[in-house]
Design a protein around this ligand. Structure first.
Ligand SMILES: *Cc1c(COP(=O)(O)O)cnc(C)c1O
Length: 386
């Protein structure tokens, strides 16, 4: 019996029963007092997770909508923009800016590696006329399983006035991000990754520096217009009809996150990463990311030569009902990705590693079966001892 599906993707993620139950409540008037209370509570909660005291607007949208919202509100056509990319989502942010007429200078790093703070700092230092208006960068690159050290990058940027726009769709609440303390101007995230909620809402956090850029911005916008959003938020409403059920889910998710505490959540994700990586290494497989910048949200594993990543994924699905993510674009069939963000337990990962070992054995990979599970068990045992 394969039972319920193990959704081990880096988004969407499994849903806790508490959240499912919260979302099954009857709908309410989205312009009434009950919804107002929920909207304000969820907005405050997202601010806490972003570690900001500034503005947060929530839109009915997937994460990509939030990236577009950031571009149309804070960048004008003709603005020079430095788009740092370490993978698929960095490329996407750059493409959106380009579509809306920004003069995009792309800075690419090898897939599987993090952006080098020094190289970014050097580029900004060379911009003596301060022509670069914004830096677009990914917090956690889901396609490769690498996070960027935003704190170091922001420090390397020195006093350059460019706005920092960050795609934290998969990173927020899985990888540390101190928006105000690090001086990040705009943070974009969404409901379906570390928040343990279905897709449907994106979050746009921005500070006053970003708001000043908005005031001067010439990109056309209606749905994403932040002044419209702020005007309605002041009344406890959304400009449009929001997905009320997803708000119920967010309200419950934020309660759960408060109970656990952000520090503990981040620590838990770090442990998942270390446990999975150590196990995978013990099995004899290679990892795409190096230890230093390996994502705490998901792990990219390089499939053994001769056995494609997709064959492994297919076997895992058919035999165990475990869903792993594939590689995107040039990484298709080269890597598979184990998501371990949001509502994931140690027990889930133990099961995934055990199933993966059986899969590898069956597909003809030569290794010491049990080595991965043993490593995971040792990791947990050591961890429990503190
Ligand atoms: C998932 C993700 C997105 C966008 O997601 P959609 O919700 O599919 O639009 C953007 N950036 C990153 C880093 C992501 O992981």
């Amino acid at each position: 019996m394969t039972g319920e599906q193990f959704l081990m993707l880096p988004g969407p993620t499994p849903l806790p029963n508490r959240i499912i139950r919260a979302m099954s409540r009857p709908l309410i008037n989205h312009r009434g007092p009950e919804f107002k209370k929920i909207l304000l509570e969820v907005t405050e909660g997202v601010k806490e997770i972003c570690q900001t005291k500034h503005h947060v607007l929530i839109y009915p949208s997937s994460g990509t909508g939030g990236l577009e919202a950031a571009v149309v509100n804070f960048i004008s056509p003709g603005d020079k923009v430095l788009a740092v990319s370490i993978g698929v989502f960095g490329d996407r942010f750059a493409s959106i800016a380009k579509k809306f007429g920004a003069e995009v200078e792309k800075m690419d790093f090898t897939w599987g590696e993090a952006a080098d703070p020094e190289i970014i700092g050097e580029r900004l230092k060379k911009d003596i006329n301060r022509e670069i208006k914004a830096v677009l960068i990914t917090h956690n690159e889901t396609s490769t399983g690498v996070f960027n050290d935003l704190k170091a990058i922001k420090e390397a940027a020195g006093n350059h006035p460019a706005l920092f726009l960050v795609d934290a769709v998969s990173g927020l609440a899985a990888v540390d991000l101190k928006m105000d303390e690090w001086g990040i101007d705009v943070v974009v995230s969404g409901s379906q990754k570390a928040f343990m909620v279905p897709p449907g809402l994106c979050f746009l956090a921005f500070n006053d520096r970003a708001y000043e850029a908005y005031k001067k911005s010439k990109s056309p916008k209606f749905y994403w217009d932040i002044d419209l959003g702020l005007e309605y938020l002041a009344k406890g409403q959304n400009p449009v009809t929001p997905p009320i059920s997803i708000y119920y889910g967010m309200q419950e998710a934020l309660k759960m996150m408060k109970e656990e505490g952000l520090e503990n959540i981040l620590k838990r994700h770090k442990n998942y990463r270390d446990m999975v990586r150590e196990s995978i290494k013990s099995v004899g497989l290679k990892l795409l990311a190096n230890d230093e910048n390996a994502s705490t949200a998901g792990t990219s594993v390089i499939a053994p030569e001769g056995i494609g990543a997709n064959k492994i994924r297919q076997y895992m699905l058919e035999k165990f009902n475990i869903v792993l993510a594939g590689g995107q674009q040039s990484l298709n069939d080269v890597i598979f990705r184990i998501g371990h963000l949001g509502y994931v337990r140690e027990l889930d990962l133990l099961a995934v590693i055990a199933a993966l070992e059986i899969t590898l054995k069956e597909l003809g990979f030569a290794f010491d079966m049990g080595a991965g599970v043993r490593k995971a068990q040792e990791f947990l045992l050591n961890n429990y001892k503190g």
